[in-house]
Design a protein around this ligand. Structure first.
Ligand code: APR
Length: 186
């Protein structure tokens, strides 16, 4: 299994599944949620609205994950997972850990071979990037220890939108920047 840390926009990642730091309503929001819906086009919101009208009338609780199509995105699926919102007292790191592991379960069940994660929780939901990065690293490594020989996933991409998050991911996953990245950027 290969782990990449990249600086950029998750909507541009060439992977099978991209993970959305979703709003529990499943009806979009700001940040990653906004970028994914904007890039996917109206079909994504239409599919989410259908979920609200059928299987998920109350939306999706923090820590859970579900997949939809990806509309106009290069990915095949979007995996929506609401992170815990520190501003309303959701400060249990286990919930954030579940965002990563449940997204891997969902992607694996779909037969995805690659998945891209944003720094779930590190924006509007108020988690420190270094905490998100260490929770993500622990969750992802632990999951692959159990499933590396049975899952279809062989590439995990951590997408950092800014320098602080990139540094946090690199520290937590212990992957220094390559010589060319240092010289030419990400
Ligand atoms: N690609 C990759 N990362 C991004 C992008 C993007 N296009 N846009 C933002 N980010 C980064 C942010 O800089 C932050 O580091 O993703 C991380 C998560 O930020 P948010 O999107 O704010 O997610 P979160 O903190 O989990 O809050 C989710 O905010 O936008 C609403 O509807 C959303 O209610 C939900 C809440």
């Amino acid at each position: 299994m290969h782990i990449d840390i990249v600086r950029g926009d998750i909507t541009e990642q060439k992977v099978d599944a991209i993970v959305n730091a979703a709003n529990p309503s499943l009806l979009g929001g700001g940040g990653v949620d906004d970028a994914i819906h904007a890039a996917a086009g109206p079909s994504l919101l239409a599919e989410c609205r259908k979920l609200r009208a059928t299987t998920h009338p109350d939306g999706l609780a923090s820590g859970l994950a579900l997949a939809t199509g990806a509309g106009d995105l290069p990915a095949r699926w979007v995996i929506h997972t609401p992170g815990p919102n520190r501003h309303v007292g959701q400060t249990n790191p286990k919930t954030l850990d579940k965002c990563f592991t449940n997204s891997l379960y969902v992607a694996s069940r779909l037969g995805a071979t690659s998945i891209a994660f944003p720094a779930i929780g590190a924006g509007a939901y108020g988690w420190a990037p270094e905490d998100v990065a260490s929770i993500a690293a622990h969750a992802i490594h632990e999951w692959f220890e159990l499933y590396v020989h049975s899952t279809s996933i062989h590439r995990v991409v951590l997408v950092a939108y800014n320098e602080e998050v990139e540094a946090a991911f690199r520290k937590a996953f212990d992957t220094p920047r390559t010589e060319s990245q240092l010289v030419h950027g990400p």
